[in-house]
Design a protein around this ligand. Structure first.
Ligand code: IPM
Ligand code: MG
Length: 371
């Protein structure tokens, strides 16, 4: 029995998560697997009513689960950053989910490229450091001191920044940071995944030609790790990479990126594969509680309309199954999604006419038929 904490979140989150749960429940009919779903409301609505983001009690409660299934977090009524940092990033950091796995296979015939190229890329985005650490602040009139703190499982660090400028201006800082141990464990995971899928090379993205401190350390560790593991390593600057992913996605198989660039590249790549409606992500802590969600956000304007594509969230459930050690069932879900699309059953974002719940039903029907 897998205990699954379900966080439907905001906007269209509840609708898509509902389809994902339907699919998981359908597996229990024919395969030896059981899920115990428990929904928790950790979202904008609760924040607006109570001021609570992710509380200590939430974290305590979540620790009792095997895994977390998340819809989407985000609401126009709340200033950008509040929910994202207070809930989503907080979850990723608190549960030390240092890997963000975002598979990007071409979903024929929905690929957006004019040329017919086949590809299947797994992007691994570092998920707890880089420019996402939330360490920064303002210095007004050119003078100020920032007392910053970055707390992770691996370390609890204080950073003090004393700024004294000769210009009477306002300055804002956002500090990026990476640690050797974190890059090491991230690289270990990516390398073991490469071996699992019989790949002996990988591409690592950065901007070491400009941010040479942070990505200098990153390169150093990757070079060591790949050498030890006998993996062929290539580095790409993120600007060239964004071009290459459109021009020659078929040249890539396993790609590792820092947090911020991974955020950007995976939206780009999702479009190339067929659209954001097809792109899932897994926030993984190999020894802890992982969390699975679509790459897309809460799309508030489509809330309650039953028209959003649930496939990204259904594929997030597939990643969850893989991660829970049931790759066999992950494959079942993936095949059922493929069969559904092949039958012409898809939502408007892919040019279809089907509703959210009809796509979920079709995936369920495909699972039943497969046994
Ligand atoms: C994503 C999202 C988040 C991120 C936001 C909502 C904080 O864009 O999961 O890609 O930047 O990681
Ligand atoms: Mg993003």
């Amino acid at each position: 029995m897998f205990k699954v904490a379900v966080l439907p979140g905001d906007g269209i989150g509840p609708e898509v998560v509902n389809e994902g749960m339907k699919v998981l429940k359908a597996l229990s009919e024919n395969y030896s697997v059981q899920f115990d779903f428990q929904e928790m409301q950790i979202n904008a609505e609760r924040f607006l009513n109570t001021g609570k983001l992710l509380t200590v009690e939430d974290v305590e409660a979540l620790r009792k689960f095997d895994t977390i299934y998340l819809g989407a977090i985000g609401d126009d009524r709340v200033q950008p950053g509040v929910l994202e940092k207070g809930i989503l990033l907080n979850l990723r950091f608190t549960f030390d989910q240092y890997i963000n796995h975002r598979p990007a296979p071409l979903w024929k015939p929905f690929g957006r490229l004019k040329r017919d190229v086949d590809f299947n890329i797994d992007v691994f985005r570092e998920n707890t450091e880089d420019y996402y650490i939330g360490a920064g602040g303002r210095v007004n009139d050119g003078h100020g001191k920032l007392d910053l703190r970055v707390k992770r499982n691996l370390y609890d660090m204080r950073v003090t920044l004393q700024a004294d400028a000769d210009a009477k201006d306002d300055f804002a800082f956002e500090i990026g940071m990476m640690s050797r141990k974190n890059i090491e464990r991230f690289a270990d995971f990516v390398i073991s995944y490469a071996k699992l899928v019989n790949e002996n090379s990988l591409i690592v993205v950065d901007k070491a030609n400009v941010c040479s401190n942070i990505y200098g350390l990153w390169r150093e560790v990757w070079t060591e790790k790949c050498k030890q593991a006998n993996i062929q390593l290539g580095f790409m600057f993120v600007d060239a990479m964004s071009m290459a992913l459109v021009k020659n996605p078929d040249k890539f198989r396993i790609v590792a990126t820092p947090n911020m660039f991974g955020d950007i590249l995976t939206d780009l790549l999702a479009e190339v594969t067929g659209g954001l409606g097809l792109a899932p992500g897994g926030n993984i802590n190999p020894k802890g509680i992982s969390m699975f969600e679509p790459v897309h956000g809460s799309a508030p304007k489509y809330k309650g309309m039953d028209r959003i594509n649930p496939i990204a969230t259904i594929l997030a459930a597939k990643l969850m199954l893989d991660n829970l050690g049931r790759r066999d069932l992950g494959t079942v879900v993936n095949n059922a999604v493929r069969a559904t699309l092949d039958q012409g059953i898809y939502t408007q974002d892919l040019g279809g006419t089907y509703k959210t719940h009809q796509v979920g039903d079709a995936v369920v029907a495909a699972i039943r038929k497969m046994k």
